[in-house]
Design a binder for this molecule. Sequence first.
Ligand code: C5P
Length: 231
Amino acid sequence: MIVTIDGPAGAGKSTVASRLAERLGFRYLDTGAMYRALTWLAMQEALPLGDGDKLGALARVNQVELDESGRVSIAGTDVTAAIRQSRIDRMVPVVARHPEVREVMRERQRELAELGDAVIEGRDIGTVVCPDADVKVYLVADRTVREHRRQAERPDIGADALATDLRARDDSDRARMQPAEDAEVIDTSDLDVVNVVDRLEALVRSRFPRSGTRTRVDRSVPTDAGQSPSS
Ligand code: C5P
């Protein structure tokens, strides 16, 4: 079973998706981390971020690795912390908008989805990457709520700078920020994490009563699509 969770930055996707995956005993796949890691590498190598061909080629030869503890690496470097910097926040949409990059990411994300039993979060998962997903969710929240959540995550960054970044990212991501027609849209503005996860778990179980056993504790997605899910 595939559960997709899409929505804008600050809508609560990551926390909710990883907790839901844990409850269901599914894998958790953070597709934003894949775009972030590629952006980090492109900046590291001083590639022009306007060159889709070069970035697509970079993505193809440097697979993003996501391990079971949630660590992210690319080109042999652990970038778990580095990809959360505000310079990456600002530049990811510039990299993510190239069709050459999206094609590589889409292929890789589909391979991972084909392993089954996963909660996958992003922007275009229910619409483009996994249009046949079993359960699709689209989380939204008021902009001020999203700004406050971002501030709580990034106390080191000024509120004004954060608000400006969030607005710029919404504008850049807008083309991909449409809920799938069959997505359940949930406004998380007045809900806490547990409320949202409870709602999603109930949604999944109402559609698939026998889903999820809570037996799996490994939240990872194997880095080799050919590996067994528990490896
Ligand atoms: O989810 P997160 O905020 O980490 O995503 C970072 C950026 O990656 C987004 O702002 C967006 O530009 C890009 N992204 C995307 N498609 C996805 C996931 C993320 O374009 N499926």
